[in-house]
Design a protein around this ligand. Structure first.
Ligand code: TXA
Ligand code: MG
Length: 320
């Protein structure tokens, strides 16, 4: 089992020695290692069971370090960094040679993010290298939003989990890049498309439901619980599975169901608050995955605020 604690100096010591540490960010917990040390980076892929063709993003303590690792920053992306960093935004930028090819799976661009979680900011500011960190879950499973989630799945493979409490945003970062003068959203995430467009005008959202050759980690059946997830009209789904005698659990946006036991239903936000729904999404999926139900029934949210990103994760969870 990994030790869970709030000791930044201890986390820094492990990382400096080339070991991995799970770190809290405002989005999800990350499995971090020295991004400039190929051996540490290799450990990340091995520990997560992640294919080496799926690139990692790097985390910086300060915006001012950006030019140490990337060649240049198009104006539009610079504007996004100015506005949303520190925060749940990852920019794809042409990398400098100092970033090992293993980090970017051989791509010319590197994903960079300045997270805003106070513990991890302090940690990064004590290190003289950036941290490569994918979400701290086994490849393909739901991302962790509390230290316990990491312990449950990777606890026997790492020494230390820096405990920063529950993640404030709960969805991975929004990934944005540029091609031929066009701003592109590669992954929907913790900053809504509306907020991105407010800063830089109309963007192109890359189709999220199919596999994306530029970013293999965005494969459809990602973020998936072990139990089958069905997405649709909840009343119809409940009727259908009830008729077949299949035990189901329900993940709704706001609704509670009088005839279902509490252990088999969760509402993402009783008040219909999208930020709260995002914060609860992954931990609720884990709870229902561990319930007595055979299947999980869920509904899509209206596509406003973080609804788009939440629906993206629900669709991936439901994808076969
Ligand atoms: O919020 C987050 O972004 C979290 C926290 C820990 O920072 N990290 C995270 O990392 O979600 P990960 O590895 O689970 O997801 C990063 C995604 C992957 O799907 C990967 O394929 C894509 O980013 N990616 C990374 N570098 C890329 C690049 N150069 N070009 C295209 N896609 C890239
Ligand atoms: Mg991930």
């Amino acid at each position: 089992m990994a030790e869970i604690g709030k000791d930044i100096a201890k986390a820094a010591k492990y990382l400096t020695e080339g070991e991995l540490v799970a770190i809290p960010t405002e989005t999800v917990y990350g499995l971090a290692g020295n991004a400039l040390d190929e051996r540490a980076v290799l450990k990340i892929f091995k520990t997560k069971d992640r294919p080496e063709f799926d690139p990692l993003i790097i985390h910086l303590g300060k915006k001012s370090q950006l030019m140490d690792y990337v060649q240049d920053v198009p104006e539009e992306l610079a504007a996004l960094g100015e506005r949303f960093w520190p925060g749940p935004l990852t920019l794809l930028l042409p990398k400098k040679d100092i970033i090992p090819d293993l980090v970017t799976s051989g791509l010319d661009t590197v994903g960079v993010r300045v997270p805003r979680h106070p513990l991890t900011r302090k940690l990064l500011q004590q290190l003289n290298f950036p941290l490569a960190a994918p979400s701290a879950n086994p490849f393909g499973y739901i991302s962790p939003t509390r230290a316990r989630h990491v312990q449950d799945q990777l606890g026997d493979k790492i020494n230390y989990i820096l405990d920063g409490g529950d993640c404030e945003v709960g969805l991975e970062s929004t990934i944005v890049g540029m091609e031929q003068g066009q701003v592109i959203v590669y992954r929907l995430g913790g900053i809504s498309v509306a907020d991105i467009e407010d800063a830089v005008g109309k963007v192109l959202i890359l189709p999220q439901s199919s596999s994306n050759p530029k970013s293999p980690g965005m494969l459809k059946s990602h973020y998936a619980p072990k139990k089958p997830v069905y997405l649709g009209d909840l009343d119809e789904l409940m009727e259908k599975f009830g008729r077949k005698g299949i035990v189901f659990a329900v993940l709704s946006f706001t609704r509670a169901f009088a005839d279902l036991p509490d252990s088999l239903q969760l509402a993402l936000s009783a008040d219909g608050n999208y930020d709260e729904a995002a914060r609860n999404l992954f931990s609720y999926m884990r709870l229902l995955d561990a319930s007595d139900a055979e299947v999980i029934l869920a509904q899509e949210l209206p596509e406003i605020h973080l609804g788009k990103a939440i629906n993206d994760r629900l669709r991936r969870a439901a994808a076969k």
